[in-house]
Design a protein around this ligand. Structure first.
Ligand SMILES: [Zn+2]
Length: 257
């Protein structure tokens, strides 16, 4: 399996081979540069695509043939549009996962309580969701993640154990923080791109095509497009014979510490 460790070992070996060869023949500099570029590119891909499990083993789907999927919503709680999304979910009796940002809890305590009391599960999506979160030290990352847990515990009485990295970016520091904090990393295998796609028809058609057994779908409860397509999407999923299961139940995980 191509993960961070194996990739690094492979490239160090290649480098050693080149250096040994260098005693016998001239190795042009560009070969070394090419090697460094390829290595950096693989590291970048591993960082960007959580599904590759390059740095961290993230759960991105359920290994099942059963027609069930789980919906997840990132970046709330948000006045626009978490409450309306909660209403739609309640209307259709669907339970989902909300990966909340800690610094958005203050002032939105009622929304968070509603999420929890209406039977949804709440995950940790960091406290700051800082743009440079992936450049934090592991200590700083863990402090940020724990701060979110503390704030959530103040409001709903439990601390999330399921963690979704901000922007889905992973790296060795995050791995350390996750292990130390005893979090379970949750990714997705279907990204709605609802922060980019504003065309409702386009989004709903894209999402209809994307469902498959065990899928974990990533939406944002800050997206008006998602709010608007949600009823049609839920109806379609059910009409196709799928059930929508709460993420932790589909994956058989303990959601709180
Ligand atoms: Zn996010």
């Amino acid at each position: 399996m191509l993960n961070f460790r194996n990739t690094t070992v492979l490239f160090v070996l290649l480098l050693v081979v080149l250096m040994v060869l260098n005693f016998y023949m001239h190795i042009p500099v560009f070969i070394y540069i090419a090697l460094a570029l390829i290595y950096s590119f693989i590291l970048f891909l591993g960082s960007y695509f959580i599904q590759l499990n390059f740095y961290i083993k993230a759960i991105c789907k359920s290994e099942t043939t059963k027609k069930e999927i789980a919906l997840s919503f990132d970046d709330g709680p948000a006045v626009s549009f978490s409450p309306e999304i909660l209403n739609v979910l309640e209307e259709h009796n669907v339970k989902v996962a909300f990966f909340c940002i800690g610094n958005r809890i203050e002032g939105n305590e009622k929304i968070v309580r509603d999420m929890y009391e209406q039977g949804h599960v709440i995950g940790n999506h960091s406290f700051s969701h800082h743009f440079w979160f992936d450049l934090f030290s592991s200590k700083k990352m863990l402090a940020d993640m724990k701060q979110m847990n503390e704030r959530m515990k103040d409001v709903i009485g439990v601390a999330p154990k399921l963690f979704r990295p901000p922007y889905g970016v992973t790296n060795p520091n995050l791995k350390k923080a996750i292990i130390k904090g005893d979090y379970t990393t949750i990714g997705w295998n279907v990204r709605s791109m609802d922060t980019v796609i504003n065309d409702e028809k386009k989004l709903v058609e894209k999402m209809k095509k994307a469902i498959s057994p065990g899928a974990i779908i990533l939406f944002h409860d800050t997206s008006k497009t998602t709010l608007n397509i949600l009823p049609e999407f839920i109806k379609y999923v059910k009409a196709e014979g799928y059930s929508i299961t709460r993420l932790d139940k589909m994956l058989n995980l303990n959601p709180y510490a």
